[in-house]
Design a binder for this molecule. Structure first.
Ligand SMILES: *Cc1c(COP(=O)(O)O)cnc(C)c1O
Length: 348
């Protein structure tokens, strides 16, 4: 079956007109895989939504395809975004696809290498700033508004429109809404988009509404603290954000769903990341593992009732950040090229 992407599949729920180009790189339709080990661990029925299977390796593609199609439709000459990495990779790919130039502003030295490599090969103009993500986003707003560049950060409402399709897919695949949706929260566009998707689908499909459980990194947890964090820090660079653009959307998703937004430490994120790879065979990026870290934390606190159906959104692919994967003591054994040496090494 050929892949038609989210615009084609969910056109009737999206702000698509006859003049919107039918842009796609095959985004969406990502696997929803049962997490066997995690289900046992949590005494729940847990599924992983593998958003790392999108064309550029993160969920950003769902929203980017819609934002880019609308930018092309409106006659923009170029697009601009601030990025912790995945937005730039996605913007660069879809801009190329749409025939537009892309400009990406990144915090200098804080982007996983795989993401930088993507933006580079797709042909983005990459500008590294001596400042953090929040500052890069402020500058993006200034430039975008003053110079008629289309801003493709999640402050662009078309991004959230595209991203809400992940909620539709989950309900379609499970044939119901989960009891809990767990996901990492950075700029908070995704939690806002998922909630919008579940609410819209509840109206047309009569599906129920999940509780939204968002997890921030402890060193970058403005929504948990209730105030912006001027100097956010965490190993999970994709959620290293101190002043989320969709702050209100996240609070609404939490409160309207009867959910929660909590923080997990870098140690907890690292442990969940390792668990997913070694026990489930799923390689996600550190930020993605915050969702699983959060579930494990809630269970330890006795706040996760047994028997619930839970979907954990794994937002990005582990290959984006090989340095993180290899940092915890990876070493290659070098041996003489003989079967005896191999057998000795393996203890056979
Ligand atoms: C962007 C991103 C997030 C955070 O999503 P927000 O919409 O900014 O909250 C989490 N994980 C990964 C891998 C991302 O790329």
């Amino acid at each position: 079956m050929s892949s038609h992407g989210v615009i084609q599949r969910y056109k009737k729920y999206l702000p698509i007109t006859a003049r919107t180009p039918a842009l796609t790189l095959g985004e969406g339709g990502t696997p929803l895989v049962r997490a066997e080990a995690l289900s046992r661990e949590l005494a729940c029925d847990v599924y992983l939504k593998l958003e790392g299977c999108n064309p550029t390796g993160s969920f950003k593609d769902r929203g980017m395809v819609v934002a880019m199609a609308k930018a092309a439709e409106s006659g923009a000459r170029a697009v601009i975004c601030a990025s912790t990495g995945n937005t730039s990779a996605s913007a660069a790919a879809y801009a190329t696809r749409a025939g537009l130039q892309s400009v990406v502003l990144i915090p200098s030295g804080q982007i996983a290498r795989g993401k930088l490599a993507q933006a580079f090969v797709y042909g983005a103009r990459i500008l590294a700033l001596d400042g953090n993500f929040d500052r890069a986003l402020e500058l993006t707003r200034e430039l975008g508004e003053a110079h008629n560049l289309a801003i493709v950060n999640s402050i662009n409402p078309f991004r959230l429109e595209g991203q809400k399709t992940a909620a539709f897919e989950i309900v379609d695949d499970l044939t119901r809404a989960p009891d809990i949706l767990a996901l990492p929260v950075g700029n908070a566009g995704n939690i806002t988009a998922y909630w919008k998707g579940f609410v819209e689908y509840a109206q047309v499909k009569n599906s129920a509404l999940p509780k939204m459980w968002g997890f921030q990194a402890a060193g970058a947890a403005p929504l948990v603290r209730g105030v912006p964090v001027p100097d956010p820090h965490t190993i999970a660079t994709a959620i290293k954000i101190g002043n989320p653009a969709s702050w209100q959307g996240a609070i609404r998703a939490r409160d309207e769903s009867g959910g929660l937004i909590d923080a997990v430490t870098d140690e907890e994120i690292g442990a969940a990341y390792a668990f997913l790879a070694a026990r489930e065979g799923v390689f996600c990026e550190p930020a993605s593992a915050a969702s699983v870290a959060g579930l494990l934390k809630k269970q330890r606190e006795g706040k996760l009732a047994r028997g619930q159906t839970i979907v954990c959104v794994l937002t990005g692919n582990g290959l984006k950040d090989p340095e993180f994967a290899l940092a915890s003591g990876f070493k290659v054994e070098t041996l003489p090229a003989t079967s005896k040496a191999l057998l000795d090494a393996l203890g056979l």
